[in-house]
Write a protein that binds this ligand. Sequence first.
Ligand SMILES: [Zn+2]
Length: 419
Amino acid sequence: MLPHLSGLSIEVVEQRDGMVVLSGRIRATTARCGRCRQPSSRIHGRYQRRLRDVAVAGMALVLQVQVRRFRCDNTGCPAKTFVEQVEGVTTPHARLTAGPKVTLTQIGLALAGRAGSRLAVVIGSAAGRDTLLRLVKALPDPPQAPITVLGVDDFAFRRGRHYGTVLIDMASHRPVDMFDGRDGDSLAAWLRQHPEIEVICRDRAGGYGEGARLGAPNAVQVADRFHLWQNLGQAVEKTVNAYRSRLASPAPPPADDTMPAQLRQLPELKIVTRLREHHAAVHELASQGWNKSAIARKLGLHHATVRKYLNAATAAELTVVSEQRAPGRRLRRLPAPALERRRTQRHPTVPRNQTPGLSRRRARCPALPAPLSPRPRPRPGPGSETTISAPGDLMDHDPSRPPRSPRRDQAARCPQPRP
Ligand SMILES: [Zn+2]
């Protein structure tokens, strides 16, 4: 029934804790050393091993095998003792036989950690997500065909701080190598070990260009499609911003839409105010005959910043970029009616005082605690200011206003006339 267990002598079969447990020992009387392959029959000791095998009828199958540790008779072998193994059943230190190892590896490849672990429980081969990932990582690298077109680009370990380089086989669109940093020397060293590269498709950083030239002088360097589109988009944005003042004003919004009216009432960003003030100051000084260096010293600006202000005819050409890049600005600018309309359209069943995400999690997992009712915030009573404040602080801090008596204020707020 279980041909892969023919090397074992099964003595007890029992059902225990929802598992089928087979207890036995290994049939062979001798074993070969794992290092020198010399057979030995001198037994050093015995102990029990537990291995999980393929599930039977939906139940986990556990092998409880007594194994022997032999002495190696080869005096030239570095191993003094070794443990016997059964082909197809045991491997050193393993807690799985070959069958479930293959199954769990395929599950890990298809579903990765968490989802694979849930499926493994259902089919009777329970395994944690770390076990599945460890099995996948232990697989040998797939054979790599010669690369003729290589893609080179950078990626962020930590955005803005620390970058690395990823190399892609453009034929299979799979990464072939990664290394720390994005300097040309590392790329040149990698390319020298791969003379088969004919085309290098890279981003437009100068370091990569120099590295490709040194490491593969005969390869053709081309710019990749993403960076061509990115550069085109940047050029269009710069051009449109330069001529923004000549664009026609947008049509007025319909009367029933309250959003534009609310948008106009929002306070201006600090950076926009500063840009507008600097732009006006730079142009004022320039009109008085000041040169760029003098303006830069007078206003404490970099000369390149002064040149940027002078090249912009209006402040709007400078402020539009800052307004577009303000994080979360568009969302925060939505007025309350528009936010409420969006919330009721997307989450019609969620009560107003609940978060949609929390409600979905609670629907999936009923064990989550019920939402707490909002705790009433204590409001200070009429006498609290007198109680918790130092006497000197009870007077108004605004020197332009006449001093008030705190007791007279309390009397004015008290609903009952004082006796
Ligand atoms: Zn040996």
